[in-house]
Design a protein around this ligand. Structure first.
Ligand code: NDP
Length: 292
């Protein structure tokens, strides 16, 4: 079994981006990070994104509207960022408080500044295999992890657990694309899937993104499969100072021995998501990258 080290791969990407930003003429790329409210996971994700931006020379502009902000006010804020020539990328940290329509906000971000890749246009560009768009960061990070760990999907059966717009659907479309590294045969499973273990056992590459702690057990995995664990779940743990531990959607202790390659949690997909956000931001700074 080989561990796919997301920290190491993300560090390499960040170093590449740092060199790229240093060589960019003129103003440095600017990323607006919008976080509504004080959700603890969102606070830590935005802090990490801000730190990584600073590390590579991207200007981070953190905007913290109060949790009471209305839909109309948040849309006005996004419109202002869309129109601001000093802002290259806009990220609205998910999840938004329940009273806000998240999908409408994702759609409001101008496609050419949508470095999170959740706008309708950018999701559509994945289906059209149009590289001028922005691929959402976690799916892009998964593809990069596979490529940089020497896993070619060509001819392989890729099973994706989960069909969210943020992970499951876009990663399935990326794995399906007719291009080097992809070309997989893809099955997507969800809560309506019958006899899920029978399907996951057919996977050469299993991508778990369902948000259920340690859901995937060894009996659900074909020996020798590559396992990508996207899940980030907080499980109560009295032995930890925080009172919880982080775990993936895969039961690592039993699945790791049967897999050929596997990502850990933490230290797998998570760091890649931030690295790909930075990659998209640098891409957004380059004139003429995005075409409508
Ligand atoms: P969502 O809750 O939006 O989607 C979960 C998906 O899993 C849904 O399609 C759901 O099916 C399916 N599902 C849930 N339970 C089951 C089940 N028992 N059997 C089969 N399918 C099931 O989650 P996300 O995609 O946003 O996130 C998934 C996980 O990835 C979470 O742990 C999240 O924290 C993590 N994550 C990690 C990131 C990273 O950077 N590493 C980034 C984003 C997410 P249905 O559609 O039928 O409801």
């Amino acid at each position: 079994m080989e561990l796919i080290d997301g920290n190491r791969i993300a560090t390499a990407i960040i170093a590449e981006l740092k060199a790229e930003v240093a060589a960019l003429p003129g103003r440095k790329p600017c990323l607006a990070l919008v976080r509504v409210g004080e959700d603890p996971a969102s606070v830590s994700y935005v802090r990490k994104k801000e730190q990584t931006a600073a590390e590579i020379g991207v200007t981070g502009r953190v905007i913290l509207p109060p949790v009471t902000i209305t839909q109309a006010e948040l849309e006005k804020l996004i419109d202002g960022l869309n129109a601001d020539p000093a802002v290259d990328g806009i990220l609205v940290q998910s999840p938004l408080p329940k009273h806000l329509d998240e999908l409408a906000i994702f759609r409001r971000v101008a496609p050419h500044k949508d470095v999170d890749g959740f706008n309708t246009i950018n999701l559509g560009k994945i289906a059209q295999e149009d590289d001028t768009g922005f691929v959402s960061c976690t799916p892009a990070g998964i593809m990069e992890l596979l490529a940089r760990s020497g896993t070619d999907l060509k001819g392989k059966h890729v099973v994706v657990l989960g069909r969210s717009l943020i992970v499951g659907k876009p990663v399935a479309l990326l794995a399906l694309q007719k291009r080097a590294g992809a070309n997989g045969t893809v099955t997507i499973c969800h809560s309506g899937t019958r006899d899920l273990p029978a399907i996951t056992r057919l996977a050469d590459v299993l991508i778990a993104a369902i948000g259920r702690a340690e859901f995937v057990t060894a009996d659900m995995v074909k020996p020798g499969a590559v396992v990508i664990d996207v899940g980030i779940n907080r499980v109560p743990d009295a032995t930890k100072k925080t009172g919880y531990r982080l775990t993936g959607d895969v039961h690592f202790p039993t699945v790791a021995p049967v897999s050929s390659k596997i990502t850990p949690v933490p230290g797998g997909v998570g760091p890649m998501t931030v690295a790909m956000l930075m990659k998209n931001t640098v891409k957004a700074r380059k004139p003429g990258t995005f075409t409508a």
